[in-house]
Design a protein around this ligand. Structure first.
Ligand code: NAD
Length: 436
């Protein structure tokens, strides 16, 4: 079976490498010639645990190829996956220009029967629109359209692709259904469910799933605010809730608001889709608004910990990626928090294990440091923003010694108030009483 991935980013590269691991012959295509040249040179353009050996192994076995040449990449393809970006447009809708451009290029290049699959997250109706565009350009072309949304998480992407909770296949015709089931057959041993639906349903499933997870996070964040006011402990509340099998413990970690390359844009897009369709998504609208306000409020939280004002203060920031184990900083809370701190008069010095290269152009006035401890030197407060493993076991005596003021703002609730207090540090976290 020959598969082509159009778009070799976080999703396209991981999916392509994993399909080749299943034994299929995969070509990953991107229009970014530097990215393809790097991959051909054995370099992985993103940070994703486990990806490098997976790519190397399958390239060596002759099952994984990289190219910028569309015509040769799709000529013998049984299935072509669209894995290009679908960022927000200025109104919050999904910008489908990459998808449409790729579909048009594909229409001009295809030969013989092909299944065209959207792996990108696309609003409901997009699959049908792609089919219409392709038919308009090439009325004689034999193809079927399908939707196979991706649920992998950055930072655990390889594992998620190889062991998914489920595979969603939105199909129109028999041939696409059969081909996609064959493609994913290697997962049969794991007994992972395949949900086979129509195109529209598959497209809605992806947005509904992401919006639900974003809602869960936002819900516990508001409960954390309540805990702060009334003297509760949100971690105990989350545990007490999550042990209920109907609720479950995941995505109940209070924090600084969700960021990343998916939840913010996908919740905004779902809001727009609902409005366009005349089925307003009130809950998701509230989630978007509450989360935006929360991200904006984090600088005030830091100011409060610093005695009310940030002017002239130095903040030592640990972590700028939107979560650990990725170099992705798209819509990371750091992109809201750092400028807000600076605007309030603070100087920010920061460190992230792998995210600094991506963050530097977006956060130009930060003093970037070599490691966590250098970041704390002379700072009036330590702000822990991303819970990388290496920030979970800091030597607290050293932290106290390095800081100019013994103030820690832990926006991920990594530490306990007791251990911080024992180390002589004033400790502010999320949804738990401060310890001074
Ligand atoms: P990305 O920006 O990392 O990768 C997209 C790639 O597509 C880029 O390398 C770009 O150069 C390439 N591209 C754009 N137009 C092209 C064209 N016409 N021909 C060839 N290449 C082209 O994006 P991503 O994070 O991999 O996300 C891709 C899609 O998958 C999005 O719709 C996203 O919502 C969805 N998704 C992402 C994740 C995630 O965790 N990143 C998870 C699930 C779903």
């Amino acid at each position: 079976m020959n598969i082509t991935m159009i778009g070799t980013g976080y999703v396209g590269l991981v999916s392509g490498a994993c399909f080749s691991e299943f034994g299929w012959n995969v070509t990953c295509l991107d229009r970014d010639a530097d990215k393809i040249a790097a991959l051909e040179d054995g370099q992985i353009p993103i940070y994703e645990p486990g990806l490098e050996p997976l790519v190397a192994r399958n390239v060596k076995a002759g099952r994984l190829h990289f190219t910028t040449e569309l015509k040769t990449a799709v000529r013998h393809a049984d299935a072509v996956f669209l894995a290009v970006g679908t960022p927000s447009d200025p109104h919050g809708r999904a910008d489908l220009s990459f998808i449409h451009a790729a579909a048009d290029e594909l229409a001009d290049a295809l030969e013989g029967f092909t299944v065209i699959v959207t792996k990108s997250t696309v609003p409901v109706g997009t699959g049908r629109e792609i089919a219409r565009r392709i038919r308009a350009r090439r009325p004689e072309l034999d193809f079927e359209i399908a939707s196979n949304p991706e649920f992998l998480r950055e930072g655990a992407a390889v594992e998620d692709f190889l062991r998914p909770d489920r595979v969603i296949l939105g199909v129109e015709g028999e041939r696409a259904a059969e081909l996609l089931q064959t493609l994913y057959r290697p997962l049969a041993l794991l007994q992972k469910p395949m949900v086979i639906t129509g195109l529209e349903t598959a497209e809605v499933i992806k947005y509904a799933a992401n919006a639900f997870l974003a809602t869960k996070i936002t819900f516990i964040n508001e409960i954390a605010d309540l805990c702060e006011k009334v003297g509760g402990n949100v971690q105990d509340v989350a545990r007490g809730m999550g042990l209920d099998g109907r609720i479950g413990p995941k995505f109940l970690h209070a924090g600084p608001g969700f960021g990343g390359s998916c939840f913010p844009k996908d919740t905004r897009a779902l809001v727009q889709t609902g409005q366009d369709a005349g089925a307003q998504q009130h809950i998701v609208e509230a989630v978007v608004a509450v989360n935006e306000a929360r991200k904006a409020a984090m600088a005030d939280k830091v100011a409060e910990a610093c005695g009310g004002a940030l002017s002239g203060k130095t903040i030592g920031l640990l972590g700028v990626t939107f979560k650990p184990n990725t170099d992705d900083v798209r819509e990371s809370t750091a992109l809201d928090l750092v400028p807000a701190l600076q605007q309030a008069g603070a100087t920010v010095q920061a460190f992230d294990p792998v995210g600094m290269d991506n963050a530097k152009p977006l956060l130009p006035d930060v003093a970037w440091q070599e490691d966590a401890y250098a970041t704390l030197e002379g700072a009036d407060a330590l702000v822990l923003l991303t819970e990388w493993n290496e920030f979970r076991g800091l030597d607290l005596a050293r932290v106290k010694h390095l800081l100019a003021q013994p103030v820690v703002v832990d926006l991920r609730n990594v530490y306990t108030p007791q251990e911080m207090n024992a180390a002589g540090l004033d400790y502010y976290s999320v949804g738990r009483p401060p310890m001074r």
